[in-house]
Design a protein around this ligand. Structure first.
Ligand SMILES: CC/C=C\C/C=C\C/C=C\C/C=C\C/C=C\C/C=C/C(=O)SCCNC(=O)CCNC(=O)[C@H](O)C(C)(C)COP(=O)(O)OP(=O)(O)OC[C@H]1O[C@@H](n2cnc3c(N)ncnc32)[C@H](O)[C@@H]1OP(=O)(O)O
Ligand SMILES: Cc1cc2nc3c(=O)[nH]c(=O)nc-3n(C[C@H](O)[C@H](O)[C@H](O)COP(=O)(O)OP(=O)(O)OC[C@H]3O[C@@H](n4cnc5c(N)ncnc54)[C@H](O)[C@@H]3O)c2cc1C
Length: 662
């Protein structure tokens, strides 16, 4: 980090006000002092590589140049990872330094994030032994090719076909229609030579559902598409410009039998199909990534909050009191209302991610012992938390951007790109509504079990408690609010269930009744997610090992989250809990008190995310607060400022002006 001496004086004053030890917060957020040291050490190593620095901002490059620069940097970054591993005999610590290097999304994201994990998770030990060493060492580069032009959400409807030919012991891959073309996979456009292709398996004319296959699609030497492969890039998007998303179609393309990932289902040489213990295990990589996305949401909320809070401490505009100098915009309560929820939410998502990661690890361990009982809970929880955290994080990033006024609209603030990247997570890895409806299926089953007095899984056991406690008075405490959100979820689950029953009594079948109740079902899932986020995050701060000074501030943040959402969803609470109008007025006042209490620590709290200037990549958010200098320095990098008079003056403007004189 930069030294205090060069800092903007407002930021120096802000840091002096901080009531807790920022380093303690950093160590707590990232796990330990050792984890912080190792992460920073690795980040230093990456940033020391001169070739990773960009000569001009990415925005001035063409689509093609941006991609090529992305690949160039991704390969150098990969070397740094390899060298670290060789030297330390372990992978680098979790870090976000890719953001400092690639800025947008790495063309290798899908290789590391889904191709390798799918081989590890869906391959037999022999298949892992064949492909993992090559993939991990980047001798082959791959992606996860599932979505098609015609189908993304409903994957049982995928149209890519893998027909088994027992004579040659091969699968024949085909994309018979335009809508069957793979569309979206990252890296597919021009980067990868392999992919996991998810396709409908046919044996002797019989369909056996979707399965993952490994296909080599480009020649390893020439990188030309192999015969029978049509592949390309899908073009510019809202973000993800360097992710190199692509399309792919096969025409009678043959792969050996051993290329079907067979940890779950298998196809024997003679074409016998052997079912796996649970066909949904084929969807395993998606579950893992959904868990990871909750962690990503914490990062993006932290990044946007750091930029907007630091900028708001530096920016002065208007007066609170006419007799006083222009105020720091951070002193306006409305600004605090916009920003502090992003700071608080980042902590909430982080705690939810750690909680989900534990659940994921436990279920994976159980699955390795053929125990599947907790898989439905994992799937349902990963679906709804991914859906709710990504949508909220997108909104928070946008709010932070708007809170920076005009300068937030500048690409150099890094807030527009951050929004484009964050909001993509609402769609990828399962569209929000579709995932919330998956959770709703689980909630309906849980509700039916609750009605029968059965024991429920931990994440939904509150449904039983709420059934018993519905008469208890509201309590204006964090624990009381958590219970309140559980009551809302309980009320919405019950109402959605009763709506389905109502339609069925009117003669509708279950599917139509489900569709007619689906707005309520989605809202029930959202309420369930909010109840989990509130409970998990409050428990995490209460059980944290933080010092009293830090603990006080972390509790304020967690309470801010609880109170913010109580006020945002007061209608639901009035409908489904015993909260009163007077309680809401008390909580409104409490919320405003929390904003005021957090205000002196705002800069310390975002410093506690420990995001380097290179990761923030923002004229508005750097540690030293040289906002105006940086805005001007970045503007001067515009190619239009490299010449005093642009040729368009002579070509178009002057002739127009002269014509106008005639
Ligand atoms: C610990 C982790 C740590 C770190 C993680 C590391 C990295 C992550 C971080 C970074 C991310 C890397 C890359 C991301 C960036 C961009 C890449 C984007 C990639 C993609 O988008 S890939 C494509 C993703 N596509 C989807 O998500 C498709 C969504 N659709 C579906 O998943 C299914 O179609 C759907 C909606 C679940 C329905 O499936 P289906 O029709 O087959 O089922 P039903 O609705 O009939 O339900 C039947 C039954 O099955 C249960 N079930 C469904 N899915 C699962 C599952 N995954 N696991 C377990 N069970 C499942 C369902 O609940 C039903 O049960 P029931 O009958 O009710 O008992
Ligand atoms: C940036 C980005 C990167 C991606 N990377 C990859 C990748 O690497 N590999 C890959 O395979 N895919 C990738 N995808 C694809 C992504 O997984 C899909 O776009 C996503 O799963 C949504 O599917 P869809 O596009 O078919 O949306 P649709 O399902 O067509 O959604 C459109 C609308 O229909 C609604 N809808 C659909 N079904 C239902 C239903 N059953 N009930 C109620 N409403 C419904 C949705 O709620 C939504 O409002 C990526 C997408 C993006 C945006």
């Amino acid at each position: 980090m930069s030294t205090e001496t060069k800092c903007n004086p407002d930021l120096v004053r802000e840091r002096a006000k901080c009531t807790f030890d920022v380093n303690e917060l950093i160590n707590l957020f990232y796990g330990s002092e050792k984890a912080t040291k190792e992460r920073r050490h690795f980040e230093d190593a990456v940033l020391a590589v001169k070739e990773l620095k960009d000569a001009i901002p990415e925005e001035y490059l063409s689509h093609k140049e941006r991609y090529e620069n992305g690949v160039r940097k991704a390969t150098i970054l990969r070397d740094v990872y390899r060298d670290y591993k060789a030297k330390h005999n372990r992978d680098p610590p979790p870090n976000q330094i890719t953001k400092a290097v690639i800025k947008d999304i790495s063309p290798f994201l899908l290789h590391n994030g889904m191709f390798v994990p799918t081989i590890a998770g869906q391959g037999t030990p022999e298949q892992q032994a064949e492909w993992l060493p090559k993939a991990e060492s980047m001798q082959i580069i791959g992606t996860y090719a599932q979505t098609e032009l015609g189908h993304g959400s409903f994957i049982r409807g995928l149209e890519t076909i893998a027909t088994y030919d027992p004579k040659t012991e091969e699968f024949v891959l085909n994309n018979p229609t335009l809508t069957s073309f793979k569309w979206w996979p990252g890296g597919l456009g021009s980067t990868v030579n392999h992919c996991v292709v998810v396709a409908q398996l046919y044996i002797n004319g019989k369909s056996h559902g979707i399965h993952p296959f490994i296909a080599q699609i480009r020649d390893l030497d020439t990188h030309k598409p192999l015969p029978g492969v049509k592949v390309g890039e899908i073009g510019p998007k809202m973000g993800f410009q360097t992710a190199n998303n692509g399309f792919l179609g096969f025409d009678n393309f043959r792969i050996p039998r051993k290329n079907m990932l067979m940890k779950n289902a298998q196809v024997l040489k003679d074409g016998t199909f052997v079912k796996g213990i649970n066909e949904k295990l084929t969807y395993g990589t998606m579950v893992m990534v959904r868990v990871g996305i909750v962690g990503d949401c914490s990062f993006y909320a932290a990044l946007a909050a750091t930029i907007a809070v630091r900028y708001s401490a530096v920016r002065h505009q208007s007066h609170i009191k006419a007799s006083e100098p222009e105020a720091q915009i951070l002193d306006y309560l409305t600004q605090q209302h916009k920003l502090f929820i992003a700071v608080a939410s980042s902590h909430v998502y982080r705690n939810a991610y750690l909680w989900m990661e534990k659940m994921y690890t436990n279920v994976m361990k159980e699955l390795s012992q053929d125990k599947q009982d907790n898989l439905p809970e994992l799937h349902a929880t990963a679906c709804c938390l991914k859906a709710v955290c990504s949508r909220d994080a997108g909104s928070l990033v946008e709010e932070c951007r708007l809170a920076c006024g005009g300068h937030g609209y500048m690409a150099s603030s890094n807030l527009p790109l951050t929004y484009g990247v964050t909001i993509a997570a609402v769609t990828y890895e399962g569209e929000r509504t579709v995932l919330l409806l998956q959770t709703a299926r689980y909630l309906m089953k849980a509700w039916m079990a609750a009605l029968k007095g059965k024991v429920l899984s931990p994440s939904v056991s509150y449904l039983l408690n709420s059934l018993k406690e519905s008469k208890k008075p509201w309590q204006n405490t964090p624990e009381g609010i958590v219970k309140g959100f559980q009551h809302v979820s309980f009320g919405k689950v019950k109402a959605a269930y009763e709506t389905i029953q109502k339609y069925m009594k009117q003669g509708k079948d279950y599917e139509d009744a489900w569709n007619l109740a689906s707005v309520q079902l989605v809202k029930a899932s959202e309420a369930h997610s909010r109840a989990i986020l509130c409970e998990v995050s409050w428990e995490a701060v209460c059980s944290s090992s933080a010092s009293p000074n830090l603990s006080r501030v972390l509790q304020q943040l967690a309470q801010l989250y609880l109170t913010y959402w109580t006020l945002e969803t007061s209608g639901d609470l009035l409908l489904y809990s015993n909260i009163t109008k007077d309680d809401l007025i008390i909580l409104r006042d409490k919320y405003e008190e929390l904003l005021v209490a957090i205000r002196p620590n705002a800069v310390g709290l975002v410093d506690g995310f420990d995001l380097r200037d290179e990761i923030l990549n923002s004229t508005l958010g750097s540690y030293d607060g040289r906002v105006y200098e940086r805005l001007m320095e970045e503007a001067l990098k515009s190619p239009l400022n490299q010449e005093t008079v642009n040729s368009s003056f002579h070509k178009y403007l002057k002739p127009m002006m002269e014509k106008a004189k005639l």
